[in-house]
Design a protein around this ligand. Sequence first.
Ligand SMILES: Cc1cc2nc3c(=O)[nH]c(=O)nc-3n(C[C@H](O)[C@H](O)[C@H](O)COP(=O)(O)OP(=O)(O)OC[C@H]3O[C@@H](n4cnc5c(N)ncnc54)[C@H](O)[C@@H]3O)c2cc1C
Length: 189
Amino acid sequence: MPPGILVEGGVLVNRDGRRFVDETADIAGMVHPVMAQPDGTAWVVFDARIEDLCAYTLEVQALRDTGAIRNAADAAALAAIIGADPATLAATLTATSPDPFGRDWQTPPQPPYHAVKVGGAIYHTQGGLQIDGDARVLRADGSGFANLFAAGGAARGVSGPSYWGYLPAMGLGSAITLGRIAGRSAALA
Ligand SMILES: Cc1cc2nc3c(=O)[nH]c(=O)nc-3n(C[C@H](O)[C@H](O)[C@H](O)COP(=O)(O)OP(=O)(O)OC[C@H]3O[C@@H](n4cnc5c(N)ncnc54)[C@H](O)[C@@H]3O)c2cc1C
């Protein structure tokens, strides 16, 4: 599910038809609230406007090709797909002003709805080899190897000890920057 679907207005509801998070608060860490739901699954609910805004992504094309996107004329039809109580789901989809989770809304999804069932998965990791400021790989005792350098996905990230430190473009930014530093350090070694 491309992040843009949530950013542009998609919502997450659990199998009980209830939202459980500000979907835009922490896109990189969204797996955690999803995994905490019954069955560890949720439904991403969106509409044609939101889907069109993200139609350029390979993920949306794959969702279309695989038939993963379910269509519902209204909240009652969507509730039948999810297995939720229709009244609960209808209330969830209209209770966005004020938003119970503090989401700063542009436009919530409008019927007819689209929905995709999602689970949690590791997207990518932030870990790697410990390096110093010259991108030189460090031993466990902190001493540096003379001729071993690491950068990008092979090196430790700058996101801190957990997912909450991730910022957009952190992966490519550190890969390019550390790659340059590692190359220069290797040339001087
Ligand atoms: C799904 C996903 C989405 C992401 N989205 C973003 C994003 O929006 N913004 C962002 O900044 N970062 C993003 N990242 C992270 C970013 O892609 C990585 O941090 C970055 O690509 C790391 O660059 P790299 O050059 O270190 O490694 P890579 O890009 O993984 O390049 C390593 C290359 O080495 C090749 N290789 C491996 N072994 C060998 C071998 N033995 N011989 C020859 N070649 C070999 C591989 O095929 C690969 O081409 C995303 C990552 C994933 C998985």
